[in-house]
Design a protein around this ligand. Sequence first.
Ligand SMILES: [Zn+2]
Ligand SMILES: [Zn+2]
Length: 351
Amino acid sequence: MATSRIAVVPMKVTQMKVAQVPKVGADFQIVEREIPKPGVGQVRIKVQACGVCHSDVLTKEGAWPGIQYPRVPGHEVAGIIDEVGAGVSAWKEGQRVGVGWHGGQDNTCRECRRGDFRNCRNLKIAGISYDGGYQQYMVAPVEALVAIPESLSDVEAAPLLCAGITTYNALRHSGALPGDLVAVQGIGGLGHLGIQFANKFGYQVAAIGRGSENAALAKKLGASVYIDSTSTTATAAEALQKLGGARVILATAPSSKAMSALIDGLGPNGKLMVIGATFDPIEVTPVQLISGSLTIQGWVAGTPADSEDTLRFAELTGVRPMIETYPLERVAEAYARMMSGKAQFRVVLTM
Ligand SMILES: [Zn+2]
Ligand SMILES: [Zn+2]
């Protein structure tokens, strides 16, 4: 009797699910797309988790110049390298990696030639310059890759690649030394990480929040003092002056008015470190800055090497983001939750 032979060919997955913004201001769409191939100097990442950051509003609402639509947002990506493109030797298939705000530099502009990749004139941003992590597979240039340590899960690592690195890097470059009074304004997506990092850096941490209900959480995160900015007995600036004046105030809540009101809470040589992004002006008089030699500085995230420092520090000290997770299909709900400001504290999509 003749036996028939059946060749078993494993079905190759060629399609993936993608959450895209079809055009400026439009609702998210879940669509199927062909899984992309990595080009020269790129890798393909099988995305496991992607944080939903407030800056994704830039892609959603077209507030960043030159975005081409449809566009897939997402710059807090954690996953596994699934294929490496030509010319890639330092990264291997199966390696856990992430992509944060710094999505690649040109290596040719004046800042890059000085080694200041963070301020590259032609900086690429994942989810803005090319499709980001709100999808099952993404392609990224090797300049954007961050190695993720084994002990951090994907959903924990993802928010550390934007919210985490931004607070960590801003604080470690702020000039504050162990023992200094450092205030963290805002207890939210950025602030809850800022308080933890500031505490582990050895600062005396004053957390500034709205209302008394955040006091217990702020202390649990590592603040030694909680200042209620809605208090009618003293302003937050007065409360800081009572403590001697802050060496650094890390301004995380996107309110220029609140930031302006805090400047008088700085001590001599104090610095207002601005990371909460808004488009309206901070108000300050020259006399305020001159007396006490104060500084106002802005800070943007950092390089993938800075991200690896952030992850390693988090691994060493136990700093972790507090997260709410949503499956990719519920992207609209996840985004709305982030925008509501009520999430505790970072929203993360899982694939
Ligand atoms: Zn971000
Ligand atoms: Zn450059």
